[in-house]
Ligand binder design. Structure first.
Ligand SMILES: O=C(O)CCC(=O)N[C@@H](CCC(=O)O)C(=O)O
Ligand SMILES: [Zn+2]
Length: 335
């Protein structure tokens, strides 16, 4: 099968995925110039089978939120480079464009935020069956099958954020009992120009939490800047992640460095409590905006959340979520 056939006449993986959003596509397979194989498992799901394996099994995902276009373009370019022989992968790699119908709609999601539907949450009675519940279940199955033969599993779930940020690029490390982040992952982040790490404080039903907890992966959600429509991302802003991913796929370690990640911990997760919920953070507040002790951040009939005795910063402020969902995180630097 030729490269063009893998994408059924479309010029690249992204066009093929958008054209087939919400539709099943047959399994396909193409030889890579370096002797490996690139297999299409489903719409928006590819698997690289290297000729020589030396790196860890790796999952690279983007587009779990459909309007977060820069990471989608980064993975699409990576696939083109594999097909053209400009990158030789030694890591068996599962490549995922998460939510094609939301990508077509240029929306974060269509029915439900898919990054809350993993670790089986897609089966919860709160969620009626829809494209996103089905897709989360399908992606879980692909990841489970992929991880079966893995000695070591790495997952980078790439996102961009709704708000601007005082720290433009940052990673979230899912909560896993007794976890410690490896030096390899710290070096990978610094190589990718990501110098801030946010340590999650509790379990979650995000994609990276699923691969970390259920599959034992070294998993990170990586925020690469602000959301922009297709075609409006400046490639210069993403040179670091592109370089680090290519180096990782070749099986090369990220370079040693004296630089250190700045670490934050979550001190409070703001959950929408229903119709009496009031959020005292304005819509244009950037991520990592700091608040002084005593400032009221949110309240309802029974509670007022005030910043504690040391300043706290807000991340992902978004009150337009259903009751029970996360409105934001209050975080503090780990000194
Ligand atoms: O900008 C925002 O408010 C959200 C950006 C985003 O999609 N972030 C992820 C983080 C997932 C995690 O906590 O690991 C999300 O909210 O799903
Ligand atoms: Zn996102």
């Amino acid at each position: 099968m030729t490269n063009t056939n893998l994408f059924e006449g479309h010029p690249d993986w992204l066009s093929h995925t958008l054209a087939n959003a919400g539709l099943p596509t047959a399994v396909g397979d193409v030889a890579l110039p370096d002797g490996g194989r690139l297999q299409r498992l489903a719409t928006g799901v590819l698997c690289v089978h290297p000729a020589q394996v030396s790196g860890p099994h790796t999952i690279l995902s983007a587009g779990v939120h459909g309007n977060e276009t820069a990471p989608i373009e980064i993975l699409n370019d990576l696939v083109l480079s594999l097909l053209q022989g400009n990158v030789t992968a030694t890591c068996p790699t599962l490549l995922i464009l998460g939510n094609p119908p939301a990508m077509v709609a240029d929306q974060r999601f269509v029915t439900y935020n898919m990054n809350r539907l993993f670790s089986g949450a897609h089966q919860h009675p709160d969620y009626k069956p829809c494209d996103e519940t089905e897709r989360a279940a399908q992606l879980e199955q692909f990841c489970l099958a992929f991880a079966e033969s893995a000695e070591r599993l790495v997952h980078y779930d790439l996102h961009t954020a709704i708000r601007p940020s005082h720290r433009e690029k940052f990673a979230l490390y899912p909560w896993v009992p007794d976890r410690t982040i490896s030096d390899d992952q710290c070096r990978f982040l610094l190589d990718a120009d990501v110098d801030t790490l946010l340590l999650q404080h509790t379990g979650a039903t995000t994609f990276s939490a699923f691969t970390a907890v259920d599959l034992g992966g070294e998993s990170l959600t990586i925020e690469l800047g602000k959301v922009r429509p297709f075609g409006e991302n400046n490639p210069e802003d993403f040179r670091g992640i592109d370089r680090a991913l290519r180096r990782h796929l070749r099986g090369e370690p990220a370079p040693a460095t004296d630089r250190k990640l700045t670490r934050f911990e979550v001190v409070h997760e703001i959950i929408h409590t229903g119709e009496d919920f009031h959020f005292h953070v304005s819509d244009d507040t950037p991520n990592f905006t700091e608040y002084a002790p005593g400032i009221i951040i949110w309240g309802d009939r029974t509670t007022d959340y005030k910043v504690g005795d040391r300043p706290e910063a807000i991340v992902f402020p978004n009150p337009k979520v259903p009751k029970g969902h996360r409105v934001g995180l209050m975080v503090r630097e780990v000194k």
